[in-house]
Structures are given as structure tokens and as C-alpha cells.
Design a protein. Structure first.
Length: 117
């Protein structure tokens, strides 16, 4: 019986893929809007939504969980101090993916912005 893959691999090994998502999440928290490929934005969305949910709880345990996910104390501080309280009454859907125009003829990857709502 064949099962489909749950997530895209981006032609990277597990550790490299985790580092990619972690880096994108850190950049999104610090900048609040980043430009990336559409596939990477879609892979980042569930990861960052979970982090915002941790930030809404604002407990020591949730802060420690966020630190283990992002590995950046500055980003976690901003996440818990400004982004988490902003979505205190929102039930979910903290990010928005907006598609951009295609690149030139050499590289036809679909680009997108991912930002907080």
C-alpha cells in the first residue's frame, strides 16, 4: 500500500530542511513579512501558526517550547511580547500568503510573500 508524503523535502536532508524552516520562521517573526517561494511559504505556515499559539498562552513552558523550535531568544522575545498578544482573541489563521509575479525566464519558481495578518 502506497502512502503519500506528508511534507515536501525541498531536496534537502532532514536537518537541513529543519534549519531552513527554522530560519524562515525566525526571519518572519523579526521582519513580519518575508518573500520566499510559494512551496516554502506553505511549508512554513503550520510551523509559525503553532509558534503563535504558544505565544498566546505565554507560559514558561510555552516559551521554552518556542525556544527549542526557533533557537533564537531575540525572535522568541518579540513573538511573546508583541505578536502573541496581538492575536489573543483570534482563533487561528495568523498568516497570509500572497502570490507574487514569476521570476525571469531562467527560473520559473513561483514566489510569494508570507506575512502576519
Amino acid at each position: 500500500m502506497a502512502f503519500t508524503k506528508k511534507a515536501q523535502t525541498f531536496h534537502r536532508k532532514t536537518g537541513q530542511r529543519a534549519a531552513l524552516i527554522r530560519s524562515l520562521a525566525r526571519s518572519l517573526v523579526l521582519e513580519e513579512r518575508i518573500s520566499t517561494t510559494e512551496a516554502k511559504a506553505k511549508a512554513l505556515r503550520p510551523f509559525i501558526e503553532r509558534l503563535v499559539t504558544y505565544a498566546k498562552k505565554n507560559t514558561l513552558a510555552s516559551r521554552r517550547l518556542a525556544i527549542t523550535r526557533i533557537h533564537d531568544k531575540e525572535a522568541v522575545k518579540k513573538l511573546f511580547d508583541s505578536i502573541g498578544p496581538r492575536y489573543a482573541t483570534r482563533a487561528g489563521g495568523y498568516t497570509r500568503i500572497t502570490k507574487r509575479a514569476l521570476r525571469g525566464s531562467n527560473d520559473a519558481r513561483k514566489l510569494a510573500y508570507i506575512s502576519f495578518v
